[in-house]
Design a protein around this ligand. Structure first.
Ligand SMILES: NC(=O)c1ccc[n+]([C@@H]2O[C@H](COP(=O)([O-])OP(=O)(O)OC[C@H]3O[C@@H](n4cnc5c(N)ncnc54)[C@H](OP(=O)(O)O)[C@@H]3O)[C@@H](O)[C@H]2O)c1
Length: 294
């Protein structure tokens, strides 16, 4: 299998470069090699590689900046994925693409299933939903994986921010009225590799069906619960790190205003993925523990 991974410097893309290795001949490209704001170049690059599988981990993920930069967010998150899907179809390739809980408004009081109606509340969420729709409209073989609260040991993410702040400050104030599931970037990449293998075999057997799937760790917590767990696990696993923090205070969203609205409920129901592909979601706390292991 010839595999093209896009977004090799991102949290998920970086992990994919390792997780996809056993599956075949792998090419990993970064923004420096392929800028998603240049659709014609995107076409040329896909045509030159002739992949069987494209995994797109590129995204405009600056959620707050997107409020005042919606055109750029749409170029990267909506227009480029549509072009990529057209090229995947032309090449006869499967496209695996990531989307987000931000396509929902977060008003439901249960985990979201794939058939719940999207209603994004932010420019980022609108751009990601438009990307899903653009891919589906091409008729290319695709898997769209909606995930949430991604963290890892690289890049910009909540875990790294908390560890940095906890090293410098005695008191942290963290939002406690938004709920979701912290999801480790490495597990996303490993689950994607399993899915890619199964999907490849189903395509060969003419049994593949394109679909949206929810893909996150299991269980849920608030940002406050996540921050507390990060500090606890870090102190257990890295006693020498000397975190200064003495208290983590719960606050409400209104006390921490940001340009983009966040869903109060980001929980994703992943049973469709379990039933159709036997992908098991680990408990978020177990994944956090592994991610911090020395
Ligand atoms: N992070 C989350 O909490 C979260 C939650 C739900 C869903 N998701 C989705 O999960 C997927 C992976 O997210 P992630 O957390 O791995 O994101 P990330 O760490 O921000 O990585 C995104 C990558 O896209 C690249 N990129 C941005 N603009 C580009 C452009 N114009 N041309 C080429 N590359 C560009 C970035 O390049 P640079 O490294 O040069 O900036 C970065 O490497 C995305 O589809 C995202 O929407 C993420």
């Amino acid at each position: 299998m010839k595999i093209l991974v896009l977004g090799g410097q991102g949290q998920v893309g970086w992990e994919l470069a390792r997780s996809m290795l056993p599956l075949g001949e792998l090419v990993v490209l970064t923004r420096a090699e392929l800028d998603f704001t240049q659709p014609e170049r995107l076409r040329t690059v896909v045509r030159s590689h002739q992949p069987d599988l494209i995994v797109n981990a590129v995204a405009y993920t600056a959620v707050d900046k997107a409020e005042s930069d919606e055109a750029q967010a749409f170029a990267v998150n909506a227009i480029a994925p549509g072009v990529l899907a057209e090229e995947a179809k032309r090449a006869g390739a499967l496209l695996i693409h990531y989307s987000t809980d931000y396509v929902f408004d977060g008003a439901l009081d249960r985990p979201y299933v794939e058939t719940d109606t999207p209603n994004p509340q932010s420019a980022y969420g609108r751009s990601k939903l438009a990307g899903e729709q653009a891919i589906i409209a091409t008729g290319a073989d695709h898997l769209i994986l909606r995930t949430c609260w991604v963290y890892g040991t690289r890049g910009h993410n909540f875990m790294r921010t908390i560890l940095r702040l906890a090293a410098d400050r005695e008191s942290l104030r963290i939002v406690a009225d938004q709920f979701g599931t912290p999801t480790w970037s490495r597990w996303i990449a490993d689950a994607t590799a399993h899915l890619a293998r199964a999907a490849y075999e189903r395509r060969l057997a003419a049994e593949f069906e394109s679909a949206i799937y929810h893909l996150s760790c299991a269980g849920s917590t608030s940002w406050h619960g996540f921050a507390s767990a990060i500090v606890e696990e870090s102190r257990t696993q890295h006693p020498g790190r000397g975190l200064l923090v003495r208290e983590i205070l719960p606050i409400v969203t209104a006390d921490y205003p940001l340009p983009a609205a966040r869903p109060a409920n980001s929980r994703l129901d992943c049973s469709k993925l379990l039933i159709n592909y036997q992908i098991v979601s680990p408990q978020w706390r177990d994944a956090l523990c592994l991610s911090l292991a020395p």
